[in-house]
Design a protein around this ligand. Structure first.
Ligand SMILES: [Fe+2]
Length: 231
């Protein structure tokens, strides 16, 4: 099989990674987690690589930035899909655990990974998994709003992500230190919140004591993202 086409793109203000994955033969592509401010960049990458966008996929309802999904759909005709539990208006497809997103001869498998939010999903393909904010490199998403639950996040990560082969590559929604990816094995061993066999009780206590400020854009991002980013 020809190599899978893969682009990892970065939005600076929210430190968000947007991913484009494509089948090199059919040129059919999916795009994961677009950001409003970088939709034109995404379109340029698609055009430069002669890709036809089929699916715009969200890992969850983001609180820190407005999604570019609606704008990208209007520009490309691609369809929007996300986890069913998000109660988002205007999505073309609501995803359940085990669903497959097919494009060209490739497919992503949906893993429901709630806990950061109630509707978080991860997308698994071949050697990698796009974990959204469920599992970050050396961290995880906060669990103190949007139906967050440290107990659920612990179960999601252990049952759906740490159960994958240790060489599986982790591609998260964000990184604030310039790291691009990790592996299941590295996170199982070294993640300060979850690694080294931390118990659920230990994890819950860590998450309860984070004392994080609310995301700066939450008041505008959440209502917009509940409409696929239509503002
Ligand atoms: Fe998030």
């Amino acid at each position: 099989m020809d190599e899978i086409l893969f682009h990892q793109l970065f939005e600076r203000e929210s430190s968000t990674y947007t991913y484009i994955v494509a089948d090199p033969v059919s040129r059919e592509a999916v795009l994961i987690d677009p950001v409003m401010e970088t939709v034109e960049r995404d379109q340029q990458v698609l055009a430069e690589n002669n890709l036809r966008l089929q699916w715009i996929l969200e890992t969850h309802v983001h609180a820190d930035h407005i999604t570019g999904a609606a704008r990208l759909r209007a520009a490309t005709g691609a369809r929007i899909a996300m986890g069913r539990a998000g109660h988002v208006a205007g999505a073309d497809r609501l995803l359940d655990d085990g669903d497959r997103i097919e494009f060209g001869c490739l497919a992503l498998t949906v893993l429901t990974t709630p806990g950061h939010t109630g509707s978080c999903v991860s997308y698994k393909m071949v050697d990698r998994v796009f974990t959204g904010d469920a599992l970050l490199i050396g961290g995880c998403g906060r669990t103190d709003f949007q139906e967050g639950s440290a107990e659920r996040l612990y179960d999601s990560i252990h049952q759906k992500i740490f159960s994958l082969p240790e060489t599986t590559l982790i591609y998260p929604s964000h990184d604030y230190e310039g790291r691009t990816h990790s592996t299941v094995g590295d996170e199982k061993r070294g993640n300060p919140r979850l690694g080294g066999g931390k118990s659920k009780a230990e994890f819950v206590e860590i998450m309860a004591n984070l004392q994080l400020a609310p995301p700066k854009k939450i008041a505008v991002a959440l209502p917009a993202n509940l409409r696929c980013g239509q503002v």
